[in-house]
Every structure is written in structure tokens, then in C-alpha cells.
Design a protein around this ligand. Structure first.
Ligand code: ADP
Ligand code: MG
Length: 372
């Protein structure tokens, strides 16, 4: 059975200024031992997606479609069942370990808390588990009685990973776990995550706006734009042979070190992604697309097959690869392609505002379901 799957997932925030459709018709899936990377500019809905899985979003948020964890729809779970799933089936590594750890609580207490709560063990037993967890993420168990400020940034992010592992979950959602770290420490943390996936057969969803991070860590990739998945497939294909002009622009924005051709010739993408309140018609990317045709302003796009397990929602792909036969809409189960990111029809992604990354905390403003 698939460990994690979304079918036609949509997430809409309710605000005083009206609905904000932050995630639209997203189909993704991950099996045990697999890593899926989700990339896209700030505001494209990555953190919203993560927050919806464990229902950490403001209470008024509307979630449509299905979020299946081992085949059970999270949206149908009662509060007690949902609490049991958090940490024990699926856990989240948030961005910004600096602000996620309680500065006045020793590491040991912060790590022991979920263990005691979920495994119903004594504090003494929980401390033994804390020692194991620290060793697992490469921190000596002897440091457990230190406070967060006594650890480096990388060590703090390792503690966050240890916390995510505390109740032996099957799936980890890591939302920009290395964004605040320098590149060397970032590489160590990524290697740690990758090693844990291989060793423990976990499923991992890694959210990042850094494609080099994604390429080093993930088997499969899904690129989001304006709340939708606009390209998905094996990571090497998605970024090595991108088919969507947006993915091509993202890939082009990362110069290769030592490559003289990228010197003095930075390539990037002009403009900003659209706000979910104000999505362009047709393909949401068309106002920024160098390859846009007239029809892109009106044609509803969907993920068209671009290879055996590769799909992209661009009419250029449709015309070249599919003789205008779109991939089936939903449900995802009908979809021939890979289990990973598949999005649905009418894909006209639209982006989001510059307010960007709510990353990490999944639950942004307002009362969250977690708090209830
Ligand atoms: P990303 O993680 O890709 O940067 P987010 O999921 O944080 O994107 O945000 C997606 C969109 O949803 C953005 O337009 C953002 O402004 C909006 N958004 C995020 N959280 C809320 C919220 N609590 N209420 C209303 N809009 C929100
Ligand atoms: Mg984010």
C-alpha cells in the first residue's frame, strides 16, 4: 500500500480579503524508502501542502480531495486518531531549528516529551531513547542535558530531525530543513536524512527552493507553481531535461560552479509569481513565459506525459508528446505515471505573493487544528 498519497488535494485559506487557494488539485504519492522533492518559488504552496497533511493549518482553512496515510484519509480522522498519527506515523522537520526549539528547556526534555506521550513510557526509559536518538543523528548522548543555545545551528537542526524520528514514524515531511544552514552543514544534514531513509525504509518528502539540495537528495521531484504541480518525474529528468518552461527557468537560475558559460551571464526569471487571489487565466505561468503562445492565456493546462514517468503541464509538451491526449484527471489511481507528483487537469498554476515562506511552521496564523 502506498505510504502517502494526495488525490486532487486543494487547500484554500479563508481570509478577510476573500479565499486564498494556496494548493490546487495536487496529486502526489510516496512509498516507503522513497524520497520526493518538492520545489518552487516562495509562495507556491509548499508549506501549505505540508501543513495540510497533519492538519496544522488555521481552523477555517478548507481542505478538499484526499490525503491518504497508509490508505486512511487524514481528513476523516477524529481528533484523537489525528493525534495518534502525528509523530507516530508522520512527522515534520520544520525550517528554522533556531526558533523551533524551546530555549529554556533542556534538549532531553524536549525530545523525551513526544516519546513519553506516544509510547507511554517512564521518564527514565524516555531518556534512554533520547540518548539513542541523539546518537542516531550524530550528536553524543552526553549532550542531552544541554540547552539549545549550547549547540551549533547544524546540531540544532539535527535535534529537530531526532525529534521527528522520536516516535519511529514511517514518513517524514521536511520543510526547508537546511535553508538557514551554511552549505557544509547543509550537506551533512542532507546526508543524514538520506542515510536515515535508506537505513530505516522511511518515506521522505523534502521541500526546498534549492534545486541543488533536491538533486542531491531525492529520487523524484515535483515542481510547484501557483499552488499546482506543473512538472513531475525522476529528479534527473525533471532538472536535467526539464520540459516545462518554468522548470527550465528554475534550473537555469542555478549557475554551475566552474562552468565558464554561466559566468557573467546569469539567467533568471523576470517578474513575480501571481498571488493566489489573482491568478492569470489559462496557464498561470503564461505572463512570465518566454515561450508562451496566444492560446496559453486561455487554454486550461494539465499534466501531459513527457516520458514514461515524467509529466509536465505545458501545451508544448502536449503537442510534442501526446497528440493532445491529456493524462487522466483525477483520481490519481487512474494515472499511468509514477506515483510521485502528479497533478491534475486544468493546470494553470498560479503563484503567490512575496510574503513567501511560511515554511516550517505549517501552522501560521490563527488557531490551528493542532492547538485545539
Ligand atoms: P511556500 O511554502 O511555497 O513559500 P506557502 O504555502 O507558505 O508557500 O504559501 C502559499 C500561499 O498561501 C501564499 O500566497 C501565502 O501568502 C498564502 N498563505 C500562507 N499561509 C496563509 C494563511 N495562514 N492565511 C492566508 N494565506 C496564507
Ligand atoms: Mg514554505
Amino acid at each position: 500500500m502506498t505510504l502517502f498519497e494526495t488525490k486532487n488535494l486543494s487547500v484554500t485559506y479563508r481570509t478577510a480579503r476573500g479565499p486564498v487557494p494556496a494548493v490546487r488539485s495536487v496529486d502526489l504519492s510516496v512509498d516507503a524508502g522513497q524520497t520526493l522533492g518538492i520545489a518552487g518559488e516562495s509562495g507556491c504552496g509548499k508549506s501549505t501542502l505540508v501543513g495540510s497533511v497533519l492538519r496544522l493549518l488555521p481552523k477555517s482553512t478548507e481542505i478538499g480531495g484526499e490525503i491518504l496515510l497508509d490508505g486512511r484519509n487524514v481528513l476523516d480522522l477524529r481528533p484523537g486518531e489525528l493525534r495518534a498519527v502525528r509523530w507516530a506515523h508522520t512527522s515534520i522537520v520544520f525550517q528554522g531549528a533556531m526558533s523551533s526549539l524551546n530555549p529554556v528547556m533542556k534538549i532531553s526534555r524536549q525530545l523525551a516529551e513526544p516519546v513519553m506521550l506516544h509510547e507511554k513510557v517512564s521518564e527514565r526509559k524516555a531518556r534512554v531513547r533520547v540518548g539513542e536518538l541523539l546518537e542516531q543523528v550524530g550528536i553524543p548522548a552526553s549532550r542531552m542535558d544541554q540547552f539549545p543555545h549550547q549547540l551549533s545551528g547544524g546540531q540544532k537542526q539535527r535535534i529537530m530531525i531526532a525529534m521527528a524520528l522520536a516516535c519511529r514514524p514511517k514518513l517524514i515531511l521536511a520543510d526547508e530543513p537546511t535553508t538557514a544552514l551554511d552549505v557544509m552543514v547543509q550537506a551533512q544534514v542532507l546526508m543524514l536524512l538520506k542515510g536515515l531513509v535508506a537505513e530505516m525504509g522511511l518515506g521522505l518528502i523534502l521541500i526546498t527552493h534549492d534545486l541543488s539540495v533536491l538533486a542531491r537528495t531525492c529520487d523524484r521531484a515535483a515542481v510547484m507553481y501557483a499552488g499546482r504541480v506543473i512538472e513531475t518525474g525522476p529528479t534527473a529528468e525533471v532538472f536535467g531535461a526539464s520540459r516545462h518552461p518554468y522548470t527550465q527557468a528554475l534550473s537555469g537560475a542555478f549557475p554551475a560552479i566552474g562552468d565558464p558559460s554561466s559566468r557573467y551571464a546569469p539567467s533568471g526569471l523576470g517578474g513575480d509569481p501571481p498571488h493566489p487571489n489573482d491568478l492569470p487565466t489559462g496557464c498561470a505561468f503564461h505572463p512570465r513565459c518566454a515561450q508562451a503562445r496566444t492560446e496559453c492565456a486561455t487554454t486550461e493546462v494539465t499534466l501531459w506525459p513527457a516520458g514514461p514517468s515524467h509529466a509536465a503541464s505545458c501545451v508544448l509538451v502536449r503537442d510534442r508528446d501526446t497528440a493532445a491526449v491529456p493524462a487522466p484527471r483525477s483520481p490519481a489511481a487512474e494515472r499511468p505515471a509514477p506515483a510521485d507528483g502528479a497533478e491534475d487537469p486544468a493546470d494553470d498554476g498560479a503563484g503567490t505573493p512575496a510574503d513567501g515562506d511560511t515554511d516550517g511552521d505549517g501552522a501560521t496564523d490563527g488557531e490551528t487544528e493542532a492547538a485545539r
